[in-house]
Write a protein that binds this ligand. Structure first.
Ligand code: MN
Length: 729
């Protein structure tokens, strides 16, 4: 294909000598190239080119990702076992066992591909899992992805059927793996090539749009980039501005999934601002948002919450002053590196450091898995989260085994897993109803340990068989969680009856307190009531009352029972002839002919702010508004007022007089009261010897608040008195 220029061995060398300098390593790579050239001599690709061109291209791609010497050598040798009659031992003898292992894995994966193409039942998901399971070494995956990319680039020379089937497989299996590992450049190119062969019309329409219409957009991008640069320069924040055009496949997918047209995809062209630190990213975002209007709902913070493939960036979409809508991505250099080359950024071969592929692979996998499983973990009930983490670690790092359903679907399980784990992986319902298993057509107990390649068929009954013993049989955390949940549900059913009864009783009690006879109770229990509280049945309603999701008070409030049985019926019962109440000191506002008495606890006097409390059968008790007893029961109060026509009130009032102790203090107080003509009906003094103070409680008869205030002012001026307060009980 003309858009790709074929490279030479020297081109590859120019790439890897930038980071590989060790003489032995350079010799190893050159030897692998020459060995491959010799073994593939006389072989040609469908394009008519010598086969070695393909190997050079794959090695070139691997070098561009900064692969180490072993990886590059393996790239050159990757097709030798398959195409040249070479054995794994031959490679071990000629090179080393590490390279032989990588090349052998790649050969096995190729066989898998062939199997898939001839078996329509072979599910893509299973293929991906087997691929990852077989490619135990991350270097195998990287070479395979580069191999596939070059094959896709040269797909034009294949038959029409092969174009479709290889593209389908690439889209189903390899692009998702590239995506999962964060190889975005490779992923995008693979997807675009697949689109070209699978949806040729859509592909050329999009290509055409990008080639023509985008020119017009480019101008506004340039203008906006300049404006952003002008805005950032004075701040001293380091930055670099790039424009990036969305890949055809992403555009196609967005149009298809969201039913969008070219004009409504705002991120076909985006501006990317690359800066130094995370803080810089947020600073730049702040500046942009304060100068341009952001489109609501379009801001995404992938720095705080990275994607599962480690992608980090801030995304926002703004409306420029000329109404162009443009997406802006803000990220650090490091984030950009990870965004483009994914784990390759972590994986890159660094000369001089001792490279341990196992450790490297584990670190990468750990990081990737950790992110995705963390999301699931946060939704989990934390009670068994420690155990969950442990078995999760086992699921990831323990060797996986791969078993099959009778239809050939692959189920991956941790080592030591049993048919019961298998059953739960197939479907929750299959797990719950499992009562036996056939492994390779043999009837076995559910606790049998499975091996890779086992074909497992689960026998089920029509009822659920879940029990405590199963927790000991299963190895996977997901199965354990389901079993635990179902056991809890079973227990809950025993408790259900008891809770219904408990809820009903507490409602009955509450109704009784509001004078609803037991016989009338059921007439209140209507569907109307249940649906108001969003309950489906009477039982659910009582359970909700029992576990306090619904309080009896809220039920009584909703039914309006309080008004009927207490306040309003009280007013009916206690309404008398007007005449006999004209001398009463306090009147109920609006209904003056109700018996009111002054409460003893706060002893209100005319002039105090007051409120009436509807008591059970004792009329209205009048309290001061600030009485602590009434503040607790504000829902049973009614408005009252002092009777302006009643001047003959004499109300008792209690005062606590505090003073430092001295001779004849009580005499002075009593003299003072009699001089001011205030009757005192009671006096109690209490000495506090340790502080030499005394508290004197006096009960006085006053006419109103003004008279109280006057006598208070006199009393406070008595020698050694320092405080006077009204007493409430
Ligand atoms: Mn190949």
């Amino acid at each position: 294909m003309s858009e790709y220029i074929d490279h030479t061995y020297e081109d590859v060398e120019n790439v890897f000598t930038q980071y590989i300098h060790n003489e032995k390593d350079l010799e190893l790579i050159r030897h692998s190239y020459e060995y491959a050239k010799e073994k593939h001599a006389g072989q040609f690709r469908k394009s008519g080119q010598p086969y070695i061109i393909h190997l050079i291209e794959v090695a070139y791609l691997v070098s561009s990702l900064h692969g180490g010497p072993i990886t590059i050598a393996s790239a050159f040798l990757h097709d030798t076992i398959e195409d040249c009659g070479i054995t794994k031992d031959d490679i071990t003898n000629e090179f080393n066992s590490e390279i032989a292992e990588i090349v052998f894995s790649l050969t096995k994966i190729k066989a898998l591909s062939h199997q898939r193409r001839h078996d329509p039942e072979f599910v893509a998901d299973g293929h991906r899992k087997i691929f990852l399971g077989m490619a135990k070494d991350v270097r195998v995956i990287i070479i395979k992805l580069c191999d596939r990319l070059h094959n896709m680039r040269t797909l034009d020379f294949q038959t029409p059927e092969k174009k479709i089937s290889i593209s389908r497989e690439t889209l189903d299996v390899y692009a998702p793996i590239a995506d999962r590992l964060g190889f975005n450049e490779i992923k995008s190119e693979l997807q675009d090539l697949c689109l070209k062969y699978l949806e040729p019309e859509a592909y050329s329409e999009i290509k055409n749009y990008l080639a023509t219409k985008i020119k017009y957009k480019e101008e506004s991008i340039q203008k906006l980039s300049k404006k952003i640069a002008d805005m950032l320069i004075p701040t001293g924040i380091p930055f670099e501005i790039l424009a990036r055009v969305k890949h055809p496949y992403s555009i196609w997918k967005k149009m298809k999934n969201k039913n969008l047209t070219f004009d409504t995809i705002y991120d076909i062209v985006a501006i990317r601002v690359i800066t130094e630190t995370e803080l810089n990213c947020y600073e730049i975002l702040g500046l942009i948002h304060s100068n341009y209007t952001p489109l609501p709902g379009r801001f995404k913070d992938y720095i705080a919450v990275p994607k599962t493939n480690l992608y980090q960036s801030l995304h926002t979409t703004i409306i420029d002053h000329d109404s162009t809508i443009i997406e802006i991505q803000i990220r650090t250099k490091e984030m950009n590196d990870v965004a483009e080359n994914g784990i390759a950024a972590h994986w890159r071969y660094k000369e001089g450091t001792k490279y341990d592929p196992k450790k490297e692979q584990q670190e990468i996998m750990e990081k990737l898995h950790w992110f995705s499983d963390f999301v699931n973990l946060s939704n989990n009930n934390s009670e068994s989260s420690k155990e969950y983490m442990e078995s999760l670690t086992k699921d990831i790092f323990g060797d996986n085994i791969y078993c099959f359903t009778p239809n050939g679907k692959v189920i991956d399980l941790p080592k030591g897993a049993t048919p019961l784990d298998f059953a739960f992986k197939v479907h929750t319902k299959v797990g719950l109803c499992a009562n036996g298993a056939l492994v390779n057509s043999q009837l076995v107990p559910l606790s049998t340990e499975l091996k890779t390649g086992d074909v497992v068929s689960i026998k089920t009954s029509s009822t659920e068989n879940v029990n405590e013993r199963w927790l000991k049989i299963v190895k996977t955390s997901s199965a354990k969680n389901i079993i635990r949940k179902n056991l809890a549900k079973k227990n809950a059913e025993f408790l259900r009856e008891a809770n219904i009864q408990k809820g009903k009783e507490s409602l009955l009690d509450a109704f009784k307190e509001h004078n609803v006879p037991e016989g009338k109770f059921s007439s209140y229990m209507t569907n109307d009531l249940f649906s108001h509280f969003e309950m489906n049945s009477e039982d659910d309603f009582f359970i909700a009352v029992s576990n306090k999701t619904i309080t009896p008070t809220s039920v009584i409030d909703y039914l309006g029972i309080r008004n009927e049985s207490s306040l309003s019926s009280f007013i009916k019962k206690n309404t008398f002839e007007k005449a006999s109440f004209s001398k009463q000191s306090v009147l109920v506002r609006g209904t003056p002919n109700i018996l009111c008495t002054l409460s003893a606890c706060c002893s209100p006097i005319p002039g105090d702010d007051i409120v009436g409390y509807v008591s059970q059968g004792k009329g209205v008790k009048v309290h001061r508004k600030d009485c602590p007893n009434i503040i607790k029961a504000l829902n049973r109060t009614i408005e009252v007022e002092w009777n302006p026509n009643c001047t003959e009130i004499v109300a008792p009032i209690q005062l606590a007089i505090k003073a430092t102790d001295r001779d004849s203090l009580i005499v002075d107080i009593l003299n003072c009261l009699s001089q001011n003509k205030i009757p005192c009906t009671k006096i109690i003094a209490k000495n506090h010897t340790e502080t030499h103070t005394v508290t004197i409680n006096v009960t006085l008869n006053v006419k109103n608040f003004m008279q109280y205030n006057d006598i208070r002012n006199v009393l406070i001026n008595i020698e050694s008195v320092y405080s006077i307060e009204r007493v409430t009980h």
